[in-house]
Design a protein. Structure first.
Length: 335
């Protein structure tokens, strides 16, 4: 989630809600353009990842369709990096036109050529097809989307958000300038937000879960290793006489260490047989809640098992070596 490409350019993008000044949005944007730290600026009815839907449902080509709508300025295509794969993008002052995404075609089984046949959705002519991009959180698959141009008739409800891209390293200074400019147009409080931070915050629950799993995993491994160390210590002391007799009969330190540690390998094998299927099932069920998920590679379990085994061996090997290195004569005498 943190690394997946949404299909849009969100780098160095700040935005704010301009609903209180919707009649003066264009003037507000012109004022912002005077700042040399702002490289691009645009506006629209929603921001990427926003959960609020603008759904439309009406018959189309004999099919009852449902899709989300996004009103935006024509320069939003360059601002966000939208890619029109067929047809045209919006021009300034366009009205009654619409561009649909590829998921719209797939869901309702339309071909690319249908835009050539003067098709209309919601009274607007379809002029282009845009490559799919994520406009909702990654818990959901990409749904059918229609992009509409902002015009005088719909500006009241479509100019909700202004987006601007800053030069790298000037984010804080630019945000302060925007807030000062806002005060010239409205006394309403407003907050300048980072689009990257907003998208990151959508997965706060997942970030918290990852942190919790990491902490609990470390605690579990530390506790297990402490218990394992105590078990090996007890086992070595219980077998002191056995170890001494084996050494008298020619057993090497390595052979003695293997004898002491053999129970560790047995317990490790049993643990893996229990842990791997349970872990696989639990993670698989958890991943079902996401539209986009990482595959369950076998080597993840193998690597996890190897790391636990390595940590266990490092923990017990010193005690095993001490037990195997004792003078057998002294041990037999004391026993």
């Amino acid at each position: 989630m943190r690394n997946k490409d949404w299909g849009i350019n969100t780098k160095d993008v700040l935005y704010l809600n301009v609903k209180p000044i919707y009649r003066e949005v264009d003037a507000f944007m012109e004022e912002l353009k005077r700042n040399a730290n702002i490289s691009e600026i645009t506006a629209g009815s929603r921001f990427p990842g926003q959960k609020t839907d603008m759904g439309f449902g009406e018959p189309f080509e004999g099919v009852s369709i449902s899709l989300s709508g996004w009103y935006l300025k024509p320069n939003s295509f360059d601002f966000f990096g939208f890619h029109v794969t067929k047809g045209d993008r919006f021009m300034e002052n366009d009205m009654n036109k619409v561009i649909v995404n590829r998921s719209f075609l797939k869901k309702f089984d339309f071909s690319d050529d249908f835009i050539l046949d003067d098709k209309y959705i919601y009274g607007c002519k379809v002029i282009g097809i845009i490559e799919d991009f994520n406009f909702r959180p990654l818990h959901e698959t990409i749904q059918p989307l229609a992009l509409f141009p902002v015009d005088e008739r719909n500006s009241t409800f479509s100019l909700n958000w202004v987006f601007f891209r800053t030069h790298e390293g000037y984010t804080q200074q630019t945000a302060e300038y925007v807030l000062n400019t806002w005060k010239k147009f409205s006394d309403e409080p407003v907050e300048v937000l980072s689009l990257t931070d907003t998208i990151y915050a959508m997965y706060k629950k997942e970030h918290n879960t990852a942190s919790l799993v990491t902490i609990c995993g470390i605690i579990a491994i530390v506790v297990a290793i402490i218990g394992l160390y105590g078990l090996i210590l007890f086992d070595a002391k219980a077998k002191r006489k056995n170890i001494a007799i084996r050494k008298i009969h020619g057993a090497s330190i390595t052979e003695v260490m293997l004898m002491i540690n053999q129970n560790l390998f047995i317990r490790f094998g049993i643990s893996c047989l229990l842990a791997f299927p349970i872990s696989y099932y639990a993670v698989q069920r958890w991943l079902e809640g996401f539209a986009y998920k990482t595959p369950m590679y076998w080597w993840i379990f193998a690597l996890g098992g190897f790391l636990v085994l390595a940590a266990s061996l490092l923990t017990v090997s010193w005690e095993s070596y001490k037990a195997a290195s004792e003078n057998p004569a002294e041990v037999v005498k004391s026993e």
